[in-house]
Design a protein around this ligand. Structure first.
Ligand SMILES: CC(C)(COP(=O)(O)OP(=O)(O)OC[C@H]1O[C@@H](n2cnc3c(N)ncnc32)[C@H](O)[C@@H]1O)[C@@H](O)C(=O)NCCC(=O)NCCS
Ligand SMILES: Nc1ncnc2c1ncn2[C@@H]1O[C@H](COP(=O)(O)OP(=O)(O)OP(=O)(O)O)[C@@H](O)[C@H]1O
Length: 196
């Protein structure tokens, strides 16, 4: 059976993955957004709330998971983070399989997966695309986000495969340190190359 070419899109915190995923979507390539799936499953009435409440009592409410509070808890403790991942990642995998089924007749799809290398997902895609910008640009973008501190940023970086290694292991790198227009042009050129 034909199946779409699967492009794995990844990049470290604040490198512009979501922005580049939107550019693929605008160019007509369906995008599976792992983070959005997680947010939906953790949001009001989300299917993961009972399991997360059981493992992390008090972490959920009518608004769903209190992500800032849960993040403070799990990013400070590797075992707790692993416990959360064991709840979340299989559910994301099921959503991804359903997405692929829904788009089985398309030439190409994108999996936008923040932890593609960290969790071994790179082995299950046809090409890996890494978004990357200079470290200083990344830092400025991330520290501008509400609730972010230099300490939290530095710690999250230690949980992720370093940008230099991601670039090295990528099949294609999209530079997000330039203007949005220039990045969008790179995305369109890459789509043409991948479609050929
Ligand atoms: C802990 C949670 C609730 C914190 O939510 P919050 O909105 O505060 O942060 P956000 O999700 O935007 O993550 C902030 C940064 O940390 C990174 N990050 C998130 N989870 C992880 C993880 N398990 N390991 C390493 N980095 C991570 C993200 O890629 C991002 O760069 C949330 O990140 C979560 O549920 N994580 C576990 C699920 C997961 O692995 N998601 C990411 C891939 S699908
Ligand atoms: N050339 C560019 N390409 C991508 N993003 C850019 C560019 N120039 C500026 N930006 C800005 O940088 C920010 C990147 O944020 P974005 O949410 O896309 O990152 P992310 O990698 O998905 O983050 P995270 O992994 O933390 O969820 C956006 O505010 C975007 O507008």
């Amino acid at each position: 059976m034909n199946r779409p070419k699967i492009i794995g899109l990844t990049g470290s915190i604040g490198m512009g993955k979501s922005t580049v995923a939107d550019m693929f979507e605008r160019a007509g390539v369906p995008v599976f957004d792992a983070d959005a799936e997680v947010r939906a499953m953790q949001g009001p009435g989300g299917e993961l709330l009972p399991a997360i409440e059981a493992a992390f009592p008090g972490s959920t409410g009518p608004e769903g998971v209190d992500r800032e509070a849960l993040g403070a808890q799990v990013f400070a403790d590797a075992t707790l983070l692993a416990n959360l991942e064991a709840i979340v990642h299989p559910a994301v995998g099921a959503k991804r399989a359903a997405f692929l089924e829904q788009h089985h007749d398309k030439p190409m799809v994108v999996f936008d997966i923040p932890l593609l290398f960290e969790k071994g997902g790179h082995a299950a895609v046809d090409a890996v695309v890494v978004v990357s910008a200079p470290a200083e640009t990344q830092r400025e973008r991330v520290l501008a986000r509400p609730g972010m501190t230099p300490e939290k940023f530095e710690h999250i970086l230690t949980l992720q495969v370093p940008d230099a290694e991601k670039r090295e292991r990528a099949d294609h790198v999209i530079d997000t340190g330039q203007s949005l227009e220039a990045t969008e042009a790179s995305v369109k050129a890459l789509i043409a190359e991948l479609a050929a």
